[in-house]
Design a protein around this ligand. Structure first.
Ligand SMILES: [Zn+2]
Length: 95
């Protein structure tokens, strides 16, 4: 069981929907493929060559996913929050 899976099981990080492919994603270039994971313990990115322990890579990616989640629980990848009202339009008048 990886660190990411343990964190999800004990509900330390309720980010399961935001933290997918954490052991297959390169924390350096973000390339995702199962080939990045050479063995159960060794990660090596086939694109940029970054290599490290899979558990460390998993933890780095989960931390990054946690930082990407807004306070209202949405992913930053959505662009802007759909739960927030749009900002008032402002007009600029130049004298
Ligand atoms: Zn990479």
């Amino acid at each position: 069981m990886t660190i990411g899976a343990i964190a999800i099981v004990i509900n330390v990080i309720p980010l399961y929907q935001f933290a997918r492919n954490t052991s297959r994603t390169c924390p350096c270039c973000k390339y995702i493929t199962k080939e990045n994971r050479l063995t159960q313990a060794k990660f090596e990115c086939v694109l940029c060559g970054y290599s490290d322990n899979v558990d460390l890579v998993d933890a780095i990616n989960i931390l990054a996913a946690g930082h990407a989640v807004l306070a209202c629980g949405e992913s930053v990848q959505l662009g802007r929050s759909v739960r927030q009202e749009p900002a008032e339009e402002t007009t600029h008048e130049y004298a």
